[in-house]
Design a protein around this ligand. Structure first.
Ligand code: NAG
Ligand code: NAG
Ligand code: NAG
Ligand code: NAG
Ligand code: NAG
Ligand code: NAG
Length: 624
């Protein structure tokens, strides 16, 4: 009993301690192409074996940079696997995430040295590889901060015709909900793409530092930069510990503040210039800590910060603003850049020098709106039912990124609903062999559907009649059979209907026939047996259900009449025979009547011989 109570107390305190401490952030690391889970030094981070991919081929990897995780495999995506392939990862708790993808090179001599391709997260393009990426450590991966709200994340790779995308690893690391909060624009519709992270005054990259710190900071790579100009500035470093480094929401590693660049007498301005994509908005984060032993208090080092010549921060006094020496100070600002360069200048105010410990630059990307989920599901059902070959891709979102829509799908943006929908689908002459699924009717906005010239079999789903926006429907040159569903008569917007060269049979819905009078252009020729509108044969033997019931009823009535007649005739004959016998037995008084009767009998015999059979045969036609 006592043991039980102790156990219970232990459980109670354990739960108490874990509920007061923040739970560990969600972390998913995938080693692409790997058959087994792996752990990599020096952190012994755990990588899951490859899963959740839509295609591609595993291969041995060549790592382009020393910062690439030391993994042995990758997954690459030749065009035969489709122009876009994705990792679709489920069960990701709602939250804010740092998503990072490392690129690799296939370790086989015949492969392109440097594939160039695009990377998207949740339909938003976050990275385009530039030629020369293999020789820049900070270009061997793509990283972005995204909000994931629906429990899944889709990371896609889009071929651009320059080699096969090859992926070493995918990391989905939860960060603080407010990480990199930069102002009112920050939020669910915005993705921050990491453009650059620099640690100043050192030649040693800072990597895996987050792993030994607070995991809510993610896992950042800091590219080292020892000086900005050859002799214009100089590095500083310290072993002293730094206060206020690892605090919410960004939890920077202390090591980041233990080195810095300071300006010198020969060039008091401290300036750093980097190349950027023009006409984008950037979020800039500058890190300071007074680590120079010659500065002993506030007021001794004061400077302005200018971006491309415009002052963004005035009178920065690191000691005063951070509260002490060896204490972290982080400033952030948002800038809209029209040119191709970003220059950060620190301009001293009081004759002393400027200091800078680290720089982070993010491109602010408006997240793409997505395609209506029911239309995505409809296209996925169509992909399956038609047996769309891999080369089509059809992974990720059909309409976004806008640069890489699914082949064959025409997309339209709906401003009012803030989503994309499909208004056209052209899969003509693609050698498709499947059937048309009912789900096709979920493409509510479809105006144009062309599936001409394939080998599609089965029937036309009657649900197609609910896609009332359809104006052009071309299913010609396939193997469709059965009849044209009556529901197609509801397609009042239909201007063009090509059903020629199939195996369709039965009556063309009357409502479609009526449409022809309004100048619509329909082609029903070359089918097994369509009928019922001008130009096709008349629907002779193909009678409606009502007519069949009528005919059946008539035939039964005739048969009944015939039976009644035969019974009457037989009865009458019996009566005559009987009266003959009676007359013969009784003699004269009935003689006259008898001759009369026998004449009658002969007449009726003649009559029967001549007409009774024909009457029976003609019965139905006479009745009808
Ligand atoms: C990958 O490398 C291993 C040896 O390290 C080799 O056995 C294997 O065949 C290679 N796989 C491929 C696909 O080249
Ligand atoms: C970034 O700067 C904005 C505006 O100056 C400020 O409101 C915000 O708190 C800063 N973010 C962080 C995480 O310090
Ligand atoms: C940059 O930000 C401004 C104001 O927030 C916005 O109007 C503009 O569209 C943004 N530009 C880009 C390229 O995102
Ligand atoms: C459908 O595609 C075929 C083959 O590409 C083309 O000939 C036909 O004109 C298209 N149909 C319509 C209605 O545009
Ligand atoms: C249509 O063709 C399929 C075979 O492709 C056959 O199973 C089906 O019975 C046919 N349906 C009609 C209505 O002829
Ligand atoms: C209708 O389809 C047939 C082939 O099935 C074709 O020969 C004919 O030219 C088409 N008619 C029109 C008006 O397009």
């Amino acid at each position: 009993m006592l043991r039980f109570t102790l156990l219970w107390l232990l459980v109670f305190f354990l739960s108490l301690s874990s509920s007061s401490a923040r739970p560990a952030p969600f972390a998913m690391r995938i080693s692409c192409g790997a058959r087994e889970n792996v752990q990599t030094p020096p952190t012994y981070a755990r990588w899951y074996k490859d899963f959740a991919y839509t295609g591609g081929i595993p291969a041995n990897a060549t790592l382009p940079s020393f910062i690439t995780p030391p993994l042995k495999s990758l997954r690459y995506f030749p065009l035969s696997e489709g122009p876009e392939n994705c990792y679709n990862i489920d069960r990701v708790p709602k939250g804010h995430y740092s998503v990072r993808i490392f690129f690799g090179l296939v370790a086989q001599p015949e492969f392109d040295n440097e594939p160039l391709f695009d990377v998207s997260v949740e339909g938003t393009l976050i990275h385009s590889l530039n030629s020369g990426w293999t020789s820049h450590d900070d270009q061997v991966f793509a990283e972005a901060l995204v909000f994931l709200l629906d429990g899944t994340v889709s990371i896609c790779f889009h071929s651009t015709g320059h080699g096969d995308p090859a992926i070493i690893s995918i990391e989905i690391l939860q960060v603080d909900d407010k990480a990199y909060f930069f102002g009112p624009e920050w939020g669910k519709g915005v993705i921050l793409k990491t453009t650059s992270r620099l640690t100043c005054g050192t030649s040693k990259p800072k990597f895996d530092e987050d792993y030994s710190g607070d995991h809510w900071g993610g896992d950042r790579f800091w590219n080292p930069i020892r000086t900005f100009g050859q002799n214009a500035d100089e590095p500083r470093s310290t072993e002293s510990s730094i206060k206020q480094a690892s605090v919410a929401p960004n939890f920077y590693p202390e090591a980041l503040y233990q080195s810095a660049i300071v300006s010198t007498d020969s060039q008091p301005d401290l300036a750093y210039t980097m190349d950027v994509d023009p006409n984008k908005n950037y979020s800039l984060w500058l890190h300071f800590a007074e680590i120079d032993a010659t500065i002993t208090g506030a007021g001794q080092r004061v400077f302005d910060v200018l971006i491309n010549g415009d002052t963004v921060f005035q009178d920065i006094d690191v000691v005063e603003m951070s509260g002490d020496r060896y204490t972290a100070l982080v400033l952030n600002t948002t800038v809209a850049l029209s040119g191709r360069t970003l220059t950060i200048t620190l301009r001293p105010k009081n004759g002393n020098h400027a200091i800078l410990n680290a720089i982070e630059v993010f491109e602010i990307i408006a997240a793409e709106f997505q395609t209506l989920p029911e239309e995505v599901r409809a296209l996925q059902a169509l992909k399956k039912a038609l047996g769309l070959p891999n080369r089509f891709g059809w992974n990720g979102d059909p309409c976004v990124p806008k640069e890489h829509p699914w082949s064959g799908a025409d997309c339209h943006f709906d401003n009012s609903g803030s989503n994309w929908f499909i208004d056209g689908l052209g899969l003509d002459n693609q050698g498709l062999r499947g059937f048309l699924p009912n789900e096709i009717s979920q493409l509510h906005h479809l105006q144009n559907l062309n599936l001409s010239g394939n080998s599609i079999h089965g029937t036309i789903p009657s649900s197609l009649g609910t896609v009332t926006s359809l104006e052009i429907l071309d299913l010609s040159y396939n193997f469709l059979n059965g009849s044209i569903p009556e529901s197609l008569g509801q397609l009042t917007a239909l201007r063009r209907l090509n059903l020629n060269s199939n195996s369709l049979s039965g009556r063309v819905p009357a409502a479609l026939g009526g449409r022809l009078l309004n100048g619509a252009s329909f082609n029903f020729t070359d089918n097994a047996g369509l009928c019922g509108i001008p130009g096709l044969r008349t629907c002779g033997p193909h009678l409606s259900a009502g007519a069949k019931v009528g005919i059946g009823f008539g035939a039964s009535l005739c048969f009944l009449l015939l039976v009644i007649c035969s019974v009457c005739w037989w009865k009458r004959r019996q009566n005559i025979l009987r009266s003959k016998q009676i007359a013969a037995a009784r003699g004269a008084p009935y003689a006259k009547a008898r001759t009369h009767l026998s004449h009658d009998i002969q007449m009726s015999r003649h009559h029967n011989h001549g007409h009774a059979r024909t009457a029976a045969e003609n019965g139905p036609s006479l009745l009808s």
